[in-house]
Design a protein around this ligand. Structure first.
Ligand SMILES: *Cc1c(COP(=O)(O)O)cnc(C)c1O
Ligand SMILES: [Zn+2]
Length: 419
């Protein structure tokens, strides 16, 4: 007997383990439940620390088939402090951290974590074809992990994704289906396909297992802080799953006695052009009003987030808040993060930092508390967003005299004196 199974989040009915994401009795989402008493004697800080330098060090807390042998090291990305950024945005340089999934392997976003768990179950359920609806990063991750694990992949995306995310799916030999419509329309189509074809859709019929992979982002934050929880986390939201799973991860660590209990405030981050969750939080609503997305933060452009209701609950019950920022603020924050800490994040990271700055300014985040910003994707995939921001100068000849003349000219430019 595995030590986990699917149960309905609302009516609590148990459904065992199967490729399904919705309770057939009440149509609420299914969630993986664990037998923590069975897990407790098998887990300790020492055992985890002695494990592999990847998210598989937390395998006891993931829904994996018995004796599952992972084919790739995924996760265990750096948690770095951010003193230069902290000074720029007015917070204590000792207390600001970046969880850097811009360098998550193999495809440079936190989606590698979720796909790794979903495909473990896809294998157990006997799927030969795996699939997803995606705003880009999930497409890359599903295609890469499918190649590595011997699945065929069919990937569905809205037609207007960034070029790097399209190429970064095709290169793995996946079949890429572009849909002329929004992500929400792509996702609805995928639900219909999943009903008719025996395919493993990582974020549709495998969604409860997929979502558990996000917990490892949270476990790592706690372990890398020296087995303690932060005061605040700021998390970008698309479907709203990641933020709820960081909370689940922290709660599990407390339950299992691996960290001291602490009240952690959860802050959600969205782009103003697609902000159904932050709009609801600000209005005091507990449910989502779907939006039609229009933002450069395409990875977050989900107008009708599947876990929106639960993300709102996570945020408001924790005493946190949700913010949103304009596309211009997204770009400015991408540049600020790169210039201060040497991290090139994608638009979603710009959303996170932009919202953190607003939350500091409004006093919702205190500068003296420990705050972790979730940086979830890599800037090389969204260079489109910076296309008009930098000029490339004419080349100079490979001669010392040329360079000296160039240097002189550069130094001679008078500094702009502000009036
Ligand atoms: C998918 C994604 C998110 C949000 O994840 P959800 O769990 O859907 O809220 C955040 N950042 C990046 C870069 C993503 O690709
Ligand atoms: Zn139910």
């Amino acid at each position: 007997m595995p030590h986990y199974e699917l149960r309905c989040r609302e009516c609590n009915k148990a459904w065992g383990n199967r490729p399904s994401s919705i309770c057939e009795e009440c149509f609420s989402p299914l969630e993986v439940y664990y037998d923590y008493e069975a897990i407790r004697p098998r887990i300790s800080r020492e055992k985890i620390s002695a494990g592999p330098a990847s998210m598989w060090r937390y395998s006891e807390l993931l829904p994996l088939p018995e004796n599952y042998q992972p084919s790739l090291p995924v996760g265990f990305t750096p948690l770095v402090n951010a003193p230069h950024l902290a000074k720029q945005i007015g917070t204590n340089p000792n207390n600001l951290y970046l969880k850097n999934d811009a360098v998550c392997l193999p495809t440079l976003s936190f989606k590698d974590r979720v796909v790794a768990v979903a495909l473990a179950q896809a294998k157990a359920f006997g799927f030969e074809i795996v699939s997803c609806s995606s705003t880009g990063n999930l497409a890359n991750a599903t295609a890469a992990h499918a190649a590595r694990n011997g699945f065929k992949a069919w990937i569905f995306i809205p037609a207007d994704l960034e070029a790097a995310k399209i190429l970064g799916t095709q290169v793995f030999g996946a079949k890429l289906v572009r849909i002329s419509g929004s992500y929400d329309q792509v996702n609805r189509l995928c639900s219909q396909i999943a009903d008719e074809h025996h395919w493993g859709f990582v974020n549709v019929n495998l969604r409860p297992y997929y979502a558990e992979g996000s917990k490892t982002h949270g476990y790592e934050i706690a372990e890398q802080l020296g087995w303690r929880l932060p005061d605040n986390v700021v998390v970008p939201m698309a479907g709203g799953s990641l933020i709820t799973k960081i909370k689940k991860a922290f709660d599990e660590l407390v339950l299992l006695g691996l960290v001291e209990p602490k009240k952690v405030k959860f802050f959600g981050a969205q782009a103003t052009g697609c902000s159904p969750i932050s709009t609801a939080v600000k209005a005091g609503n507990t449910d989502i009003e779907p939006q039609r997305p229009s933002t450069i933060a395409r990875s977050l452009a989900i107008g009708n987030p599947a876990d929106g209701h639960y993300a709102i609950k996570t945020i408001t019950k924790s005493g946190g808040w949700s913010e949103d920022v304009s596309d211009a603020e997204v770009v400015e924050s991408m540049q600020l993060l790169a210039e201060t800490e040497g991290i090139f994040t994608e638009t979603a990271g710009g959303v996170t930092l932009g919202c953190a700055r607003k939350l500091l300014k409004s006093g919702r985040i205190s500068p003296e508390e420990t705050t972790v910003l979730s940086i979830t994707g890599n800037g090389l995939k969204t260079t489109d967003a910076l296309a008009d921001k930098y000029e490339v100068e004419e080349p100079i000849a490979p001669r010392f005299a040329e360079f000296e003349a160039y240097l002189q000219k550069t130094l001679d430019v008078p500094e702009v004196v502000e009036a």
